[in-house]
Design a binder for this molecule. Structure first.
Ligand code: COA
Length: 171
């Protein structure tokens, strides 16, 4: 029986965190590892909302720390699945910081994590198809195939000549 398709908005997960003293370094900036943890949880919930199964983090991709996030700031993570494959899902996150005195909300980072749905034995299982709707969702959906091929090459799981989307890079 065919699985039902899922729209990205059904996977939307918004996580909001106060940056507390235990989350910061001695300069009062949010520790990178703390942000990675918050990203892991938000994106895992998003992937879970697509497949309703146990998901494991297969890869952390493309996280950059462009602006320091300060003690007392509010961090908002918006996660949505950008594409699903056979058993894996790419989750795209936009990260915003709400300034603790001005309330100004600025986008400070983007991040991409990859999850795999597994059964009780930890073996990968099939996930539903994602059908993008908005212009941005369609762009991220298209780019996901290229990013998947790149990360599988880097993980030694795909030969460069098999990467249909990256022919120009490996010609
Ligand atoms: C992720 C995991 C389930 C993949 O299992 P595997 O036996 O290597 O499975 P396969 O090679 O058959 O690949 C299964 C899927 O994982 C994807 N995958 C495997 N390695 C990957 C990587 N490095 N990056 C992105 N995706 C990857 C494959 O593309 C495949 O996806 P698809 O079915 O959509 O094409 C397995 O490696 C695992 O359990 N890892 C530990 C996960 C974990 O504990 N995470 C928390 C770390 S603290």
């Amino acid at each position: 029986m065919a699985m039902k398709t899922v729209s990205p908005k059904e996977t939307l997960t918004i996580a909001t965190h106060f940056v507390l003293p235990e989350n910061t370094n001695t300069l009062g900036n949010l520790m990178g590892g703390q942000l990675l943890n918050w990203l892991d949880i938000a994106s895992a919930i998003s992937a879970h909302r697509l497949c309703k199964r146990v998901v494991v983090t297969a890869a952390v991709n493309n996280v950059s720390f462009q602006h320091p996030i300060k003690l007392g700031d509010i961090v908002i993570i918006e996660a949505k699945v950008s594409r699903s494959f056979a058993t894996s899902m790419e989750v795209f996150m936009d990260i915003y910081v709400e300034h603790h005195t001005t309330g100004e909300k600025i986008k400070c980072n983007e991040a991409i994590y990859t999850f795999v749905a597994v059964d009780q034995m930890g073996s990968p299982i099939h996930v539903p198809e994602l059908l993008p709707e908005t212009k941005e969702e369609k762009l991220r959906f298209e780019g996901a195939l290229r990013r998947r091929q790149l990360r599988l090459i880097l993980a030694g799981k795909m030969k460069p000549e098999e990467a249909s989307e990256l022919k120009a890079l490996f010609a």
